[in-house]
Design a protein around this ligand. Structure first.
Ligand SMILES: [Zn+2]
Length: 179
């Protein structure tokens, strides 16, 4: 369940494009949630639509990646941070990384077995394998976001960035203990 790291060579161009607007994007509907996910995918050097068919925004309990029928869905909840764009990007990159691991299962095992394996009870919420994937996708999301912003921020942006990374580290620590 290992992910490729973002291709370093493409980072400067991406950085210029992605940091044009510094404020957090307001995520309030399907279109803005989709823009956030596209931006997070660009940070990771991937095309969102290779791994995801649909983005939903609504009153969900938490952000998630799921496959409904054959449709790969990322759900973004209304409670997503509106004040911290690094938090937003980490959330989005985290779910995209789940979608990428699912894609790897399909590539490795074929559509039917890969799908069954990915969603098997051995990998349900609460299992060690689930915790392991949580650690992997969050760590990868953190690497992706850090590689774009670290060392380039100051003032309130830097404070928000550090806050987002602190939260991320806490999340990783929490799931590490369940592995
Ligand atoms: Zn997750």
């Amino acid at each position: 369940m290992r992910l490729h790291r973002a291709a370093k060579a493409t980072l400067p161009a991406r950085f210029a494009r992605l940091t044009r607007s510094q404020g957090p994007s307001i995520v309030r509907d399907q279109a803005s949630a989709t823009r956030l996910l596209e931006k997070a995918a660009a940070h990771s050097g991937v095309d969102l639509w290779k791994y995801v068919d649909e983005v939903r925004y609504g009153n969900f309990e938490y952000p998630s990646f799921s496959v409904q029928g054959r449709v790969r869905v990322i759900q973004i909840p209304t409670q997503i941070s509106q004040s911290n764009k690094y938090e937003q990007l980490l959330t989005a990159a985290h779910e995209i990384n789940h979608a990428r691991i699912y894609d790897k299962f399909l590539k490795r095992l074929g559509y039917i077995r890969g799908h069954e394996e990915y969603w098997s009870v051995a990998r349900n919420r609460g299992t060690q394998l689930y915790a392991r994937e949580e650690v992997i996708v969050e760590r990868t999301a953190q690497i992706q976001i850090r590689s774009v912003f670290e060392g380039k921020l100051s003032g309130s942006n830097l404070r928000r960035f550090i806050q987002a990374i602190d939260n991320s580290n806490e999340y990783i620590r929490d799931y590490r203990m369940r592995m």
